[in-house]
Design a binder for this molecule. Structure first.
Ligand code: ADP
Length: 666
């Protein structure tokens, strides 16, 4: 046989004289041995083998007899073995072979097998031989490996049990702790040594959701139980656990132990309760909010996302629309499915991108006091003032939807039914219109006669006037001029309000047009220098020249009027190619407009405080009329100003880009 690796010191385990046997009749004795027995002579030739040798190595006895013993070992050991064998015969003693080494034999089929070998010198028929007792260790090795693996497995399981955060404990049928993992030590505060042998229920002061007896019965019947228990830790703190228990029985079916896995759910339960409380509170707040909203007379609703899906609305909102807007329904779908249309204050249809609600959710704009007219499903119309406020987009109104959707812009929209206001306004405008109209004729007569008196006297027709008479007449003439202007403006306002305002549009080259107005106005002042600046000799706009002249006269006139100390007034004209518009700006270095009054300056009868403080006369109607006129042209009018630092008014008007120079009416 071979010892691997190679040579090894050989120590004798016995020094008694070799036993002597005769080859005659020995075979049956050899066959009794459970080990393979092989007798070899000094030349290494096999002279006798027993039956077990055939079984272990797979050779028939005849195939072995007369063969070299090396036949039974792997080829790589042949050479070394021959040396060993020869050395053995020089000092033959009984000894185990290759102590501490893994010896291997080779079967007929080439398979290598682990073996244990004991060698003894033997006198066979008086000649020195050696008998080798060879034990096949294959089965033993397999068993050893299995045992090792099992041990490994058990160790791993123990490690796993200790790794678990859950408390894992085992108690005997009486309820005494027989195993207590690290999780249990951490959760309850007792070490395994301290817990072992204690009754779990009294150690942990277990409080049960049902009686212990019920749990025991369930364990007995179903073999397991799951539920929540309250335990008390070593430091006296209560701990809520989710417990799973399993009854272990022996082969006879007798209970031997109960496995218990307890998970600490104290924190989880606290969080659940907090979330529940929060949810209840939120629901109550929402209900309260809904009550508050419903109590309000105006329509209020909340929409979310670019298509303005309804989040919530009050009762008044439904009666304003004249239809029920379903939660989560996009605004346009709601309007079209109910045949609702929106119009502006002048009765022109509004495009969806102009709706205050859509402007708020799509552009994040805050739209204040936009006038809209709602044509409802029953055909009736309702004038409303709409305020749409874009709210912080972080609020989550759709907890069930994707986060991205929840981040969409949300807008709060308020609708105020202004039917009554509109009617009052209409009546007032009617009244103002009638008064202005009725004032016009007597005013013309007054102004005409005052003019006549002054002119005719100047031509020395009739008696000369005393100085005081002349001054009085001049005052009358000045006052009537102002009154005529006021009545004209009032009439314009009445016309604008009533929608009786038609524009006579003519393609007009703005550059010479503006220049002409400026030249006229320059004649009214010597303290101001009016200057037109442009790089465009031809800029054709589609305008009603009479009305735009009224606008420019008012704005340039204001620049002059509100610069009482004189100074430059610069009028610039340019092309806004992207907006397909002509831009005109009028800059002065006059008294400016206080910041706090910027928002109201285009209102009717609105005059800034500083204008009145400077004693500059006016009606506060001009800018209102100007903005209306410019917007009716499809343009815009706005300004930048700071008190004491002058003002710049800007206006844009639609350009006619394709106009040929020859067609221009300048
Ligand atoms: P008014 O007849 O009072 O001039 P407008 O409607 O033309 O009426 O102007 C409204 C108010 O705006 C004026 O009363 C004045 O306070 C302010 N304003 C207009 N233009 C200017 C300007 N260029 N500089 C300073 N204030 C101005």
């Amino acid at each position: 046989m071979s010892d691997a690796p190679e040579s090894h010191s050989i120590s004798a385990s016995s020094s008694s004289a070799p036993i002597a046997i005769s080859s005659v009749g020995v075979q049956p004795f050899l066959d009794i041995s459970p080990d393979a027995l092989v007798i070899v002579n000094q030349a290494g030739t096999i002279v006798l083998v027993n039956r077990q040798t055939e079984a272990v190595f797979g050779y028939a006895r005849e195939a072995l007899l007369g063969q070299q013993i090396e036949l039974l070992l792997p080829r790589r050991f042949h050479e070394a073995h021959t040396t060993h064998r020869e050395r053995f015969f020089s000092a033959p003693v009984t000894r185990p072979m290759g102590i501490g080494l893994h010896l291997v034999g080779r079967r007929k089929d080439g398979a290598e097998i682990p073996v244990e070998i004991s060698l003894s010198p033997l006198l066979l028929d008086d000649v020195l031989h050696v008998i080798a007792a060879i034990r096949d260790l294959t089965a033993q090795r397999v068993a050893e490996r299995e045992r090792f693996q099992q041990l490994q497995h058990i160790r791993l399981q123990a490690d796993l049990i200790n790794l678990a955060h859950d408390a894992i404990l085992v108690r005997d049928p009486v309820g005494r702790v027989i195993s207590w993992n690290r999780g249990a030590e951490e959760l309850y505060g007792w070490t395994e040594q301290e817990a072992l042998g204690h009754l779990t229920d009294s150690l942990l002061k277990t409080r049960f959701p049902v009686s212990r007896a019920t749990i025991d019965t369930l364990l007995e019947q179903a073999g397991q139980w799951e539920g929540e228990l309250t335990h008390t830790r070593r430091d006296g703190q209560p701990v809520l656990v989710e417990s799973r228990q399993l009854l272990v029985r022996d082969e006879q079916g007798q209970p031997t132990a109960i496995l218990e896995i307890n998970r600490d759910i104290t924190r989880r339960r606290e969080l659940e309760q907090a979330a529940q409380a929060e949810h209840t509170e939120t629901a109550a707040r929402l209900a309260f909010l809904q009550d508050v909203l419903d109590a309000l007379p105006g329509g209020i609703y909340l929409v979310s996302g670019p298509d303005a899906r309804l989040v919530l609305a009050n009762h008044a909102a439904s009666s304003i629309w004249g239809a029920e807007w379903r939660t989560d329904q996009p605004m346009l779908e709601f309007l079209t499915s109910n045949g609702i249309a929106l119009f502006d204050a002048q009765g022109l249809p509004l495009a969806p991108q102009q709706y205050a609600t859509l402007r708020a959710v799509r552009q994040g704009e805050t739209v204040l006091q936009q006038q809209e007219m709602i044509r409802r499903p029953d055909g009736s119309s309702l004038p409303v003032l709409v305020n749409a406020v874009a709210l912080s987009s972080q609020r989550d109104f759709h907890p069930s939807q994707q986060e991205a959707e929840a981040r969409e812009t949300v807008a709060l929209v308020m609708h105020q039914d202004v039917t009554a206001l509109k009617e009052a306004e209409y009546l007032k405008d009617e009244f103002v219109g009638i008064v202005a109209h009725e004032l016009r004729t007597p005013m013309a007569a007054l102004k005409g006669f005052a003019d006549m008196l002054l002119v005719q006297t100047a031509r020395q027709r009739g008696p000369a006037l005393a100085d005081w008479q002349q001054e009085a007449l001049e005052e009358i003439e000045l006052a009537t001029t102002r009154l005529v202007k006021l009545t004209e403006e009032l009439l314009d306002v009445a016309r604008l309000q009533a929608g009786r305002f038609l524009l006579q549009r003519i393609p007009t080259n703005m550059t010479p047009f503006v220049q002409r107005i400026v030249t006229l106005l320059q004649q009214t002042t010597t303290r101001h220098r009016l200057e037109v600046r442009t790089t465009h000799p031809v800029l054709v706009a589609d305008i009603d020249p009479g009305r735009i002249e009224q606008v420019l006269t008012n704005i340039i006139g204001n620049a002059v009027k509100y610069s009482p100390q004189g100074g430059p007034v610069t009028i610039s004209i340019w092309e806004e190619a992207a907006a397909r518009a002509v831009g005109v700006s009028v800059r002065d270095s006059g008294i400016g407009i206080p910041q706090r009054q910027h928002a109201q300056i285009f209102g009717r009868f609105m005059r800034a405080d500083n204008a009145q403080a400077w004693g500059i006369s006016g009606t506060g109607l001009g800018l209102y009329i100007c903005r209306e006129l410019v917007e009716r042209h499809g343009g815009h009018l706005w300004f930048e100003s700071a008190e004491g630092a002058g003002s710049t008014f800007f206006l844009t008007l639609p350009i006619l880009a394709t106009m040929e120079n020859s067609e221009v009416d300048a």
